[in-house]
Write a protein that binds this ligand. Structure first.
Ligand code: NAD
Ligand code: MN
Length: 356
């Protein structure tokens, strides 16, 4: 029997609720399939761990995680701790330490959900945003001088490398080539940012030669934001820089109906290191501990993890179950329903057990 080693890191707030729900559903899938097993180890890392030890994870945390096939991550963020400590101390440490340079964010309007876009019905939107996750505007390159003086200066320099842009472009073309429409939109801002963004456009054209089956086009990021709202059906796969895709993917999440359904994968496509799968939402202080968090983002995330582990049949079974449960109206409060986390989880497990 195939076996996959999963490191579960629920971390903070509703991460403690949605990750156990995700593990329950994964277990139901493994039992239903009978072809694979999941060997799960949970780690108590996060803000409480920080309060006890002064660190978000142990010093050798990355060494420990290296032995796993995938990381199933909840969320970080604590009312009492600065966000840069919680974010950089755990989540970004893993993303950067494991060179998870491709951040993949699928968007669909699931059955039973309502998009804020008037003319968008479930099934109308099927996007994948590929975000550069290792350099660009978030490279952390810059500095400040003359603090507090009138001549104070701050710089924040975007870094684009040929290796970095080529590899994310390649990943995006590969993903586009596997999708039915084979359409890739390369988002830049090469009219105003005439160095780094022109470089992106040039590398896109170079990489495109290796993917003759993919139709590709360029779009400026501001125009892309408008197009996502005005002509959402014209979009399929999108590749953009760290900053641009960060913003566009929040817009995508809003268009899909709720933050509580949006998944993401932080991939090391070279598979040198384990990749990390997480819902895009944060720790949601306002609802944490109440048992009402929407687990759908985490379930979809689990499906992406299964896909990455080569368990495509189980991933499909999971998404079919999630869609059935949403269509049946078993929805949490963020989607206008009254179901609790445990109700949605039980309904998805039942759909998995009942499916052929
Ligand atoms: P958030 O995503 O935690 O919450 C935003 C809003 O969406 C809240 O009203 C919340 O209740 C709602 N929401 C989010 N997920 C939901 C779910 N699954 N079901 C139902 N409702 C849901 O963002 P925030 O409030 O800006 O941030 C809270 C903390 O989380 C901060 O410390 C922030 O830094 C952190 N954060 C972490 C990550 C991450 O770990 N990847 C991502 C975003 C924010
Ligand atoms: Mn963001």
């Amino acid at each position: 029997m195939r076996s996959h080693r999963i490191a579960a890191i629920p971390a903070d707030g509703i991460g403690q609720e949605v990750i156990p729900a995700g593990l329950e559903v994964l277990q139901a899938l493994a039992e239903r399939s009978g072809d694979f097993r999941l060997d799960v180890t949970s780690f108590p890392w996060g803000s409480d761990f920080y309060r006890q030890t002064g660190r978000m994870m142990p010093e050798d945390g990355l060494e420990t995680l290296k032995g796993f096939d995938a990381i199933f991550f909840g969320a970080v963020g604590d009312k009492e701790l600065p966000d840069d400590i919680t974010l950089w101390g755990l989540r970004l440490k893993i993303c950067q330490g494991f060179d998870q340079y491709a951040n993949i964010r699928p968007t669909r309007v699931l059955p039973g959900l309502t998009s804020p876009l008037r003319e968008v019905a479930p099934g109308d939107i099927d996007w994948v945003i590929v975000r550069e996750n290792s350099e660009g505007e978030y490279a952390g390159h810059g500095g400040r001088a003359h603090r507090g003086h009138p001549e104070e200066v701050a710089t924040e320099t975007a870094i684009f490398t040929r290796a970095g842009v080529t590899r994310i472009m390649r990943t995006a073309f590969e993903i586009a080539a596997l999708r039915p429409r084979k359409l890739l939109t390369v988002v830049t801002k090469s009219n105003a940012q005439k160095h780094g963004m022109v470089f992106w456009d040039e590398i896109a054209a170079e990489v495109a030669r290796d993917f003759p089956s993919v139709t590709w086009e360029k779009e400026l990021v501001d125009a892309m934001a408008a197009r996502m709202v005005r002509r959402p059906r014209s979009i399929d796969t999108v590749v953009a820089t760290n900053l641009h895709a960060d913003i566009l993917s929040d817009l995508a999440g809003a268009v899909a109906g709720s933050l509580g359904v949006a998944p993401t994968a932080n991939l090391d496509p070279s598979r040198r290191f384990p990749s990390m799968f997480e819902p895009i939402h944060g720790s949601a202080f306002d609802i944490a501990g109440k048992g009402v968090a929407n687990p759908v983002a985490t379930f979809w995330t689990a499906a992406m993890m299964l896909e990455h582990l080569g368990e495509a049949a189980a991933a499909n079974r999971l998404m079919t179950a999630v869609e059935r449960v949403c269509a049946d109206g078993v929805l949490t409060a963020d989607l206008g329903g009254t179901a609790r986390t445990a109700d949605v989880t039980a309904a998805v497990c039942a759909a998995i057990r009942g499916a052929n």
